[in-house]
Design a protein around this ligand. Structure first.
Ligand SMILES: [Zn+2]
Ligand SMILES: [Zn+2]
Length: 267
């Protein structure tokens, strides 16, 4: 039994064949997933209902991605109200993905930081974990999380982690989980494989980030939750354990951070 802790099932990429995608996930032993919603894109938020109907075990996270931060410049009260509204349902269990992306740099850094910090604060005030997107921005990301009370009132996961070993250490130091995506299976990811081998068993989770970043052997195709099994098998071998053992470890971690994704009987 595996859980995909980060995918975008409400993306238009899945509009035509969601039932088949869910069927293949179940066949692969993927029992549930965290579906990330772009909180300020109403079409995507509306498609959550379709995802819910197709896969009742799925839970949701909602947040404004750093790529969209510029829309919220000077409108932080409105942003906080929006995120509060998007996270009212019982099946919305996290705020995300949120963070800082200095690689694409679609919004000025200070705007990204304000939009990120406002959402972290909202998450903390509602005791919701955060799903963090950090690209070439780890120092500032960790500083904002620390300032908001990381490790205490702020808990969460560094999604699709691609940083260095030292950066992983620092994310772990503030109590965060580190999530590996299909990138770890790519031939050029030797440094990331070192990180994946290093993350302590009680802090590791995995994800697809579908429809993006399909793991080997499906690299380049539209990714889907079933394929988290490829990443799991790859990581098990890398870490010198069995897939079953790794799956049990991952399940315990998801149960600790995002308990609603794990059926009560197997927590
Ligand atoms: Zn991301
Ligand atoms: Zn994502």
């Amino acid at each position: 039994m595996l859980i995909d802790t980060h995918c975008h099932l409400a993306d238009t990429a899945f509009a035509r064949d969601l039932d088949a995608v869910v069927g293949r996930a179940r066949d692969a032993g993927v029992t549930s997933a965290l579906c990330i919603l772009s909180a300020d894109e109403s079409d995507e938020v509306a498609r959550a209902a379709t995802v819910r109907a197709a896969w009742p075990e799925v839970r949701f996270a909602a947040g404004v991605h750093p790529h969209r931060a510029a829309h919220w410049n000077g409108r932080l009260d409105e942003l906080t109200a929006l995120i509060a509204d998007r996270t009212t349902g019982d099946d919305v269990i996290a705020v995300g993905e949120i963070g800082l992306d200095y690689y694409y740099d679609f919004a000025p850094k200070d705007v990204q930081q304000q939009v990120f910090a406002a959402q972290v604060e909202l998450a903390a005030s509602r005791s919701l974990p955060v799903v963090i997107h950090a690209r070439e921005s780890l120092d500032d990301t960790l500083a904002i999380l620390r300032a908001a009370g990381a490790g205490d009132r702020v808990r969460g996961v560094m999604h699709c982690f691609t940083g260095t070993l030292d950066e992983a250490r620092r994310a772990l130091d503030i109590g965060f989980y580190v999530s590996m995506s299909g990138i770890v299976t790519f031939p050029k990811s030797a440094a990331l494989r070192e990180v994946a081998a290093f993350v302590p068993p009680d802090r590791l989770v995995i994800e697809t980030d579908a429809p993006f970043l399909a793991p080997v052997p499906n690299r380049g195709k539209r990714n889907e939750p079933a394929w988290v099994a490829h990443t799991a098998a790859f990581l098990a071998e890398l870490r010198g354990t069995t897939t079953g053992e790794l799956a049990a470890t991952l399940r315990r971690n998801v149960a600790a951070l995002l308990p609603a994704l794990v059926p009560a009987g197997v927590r």
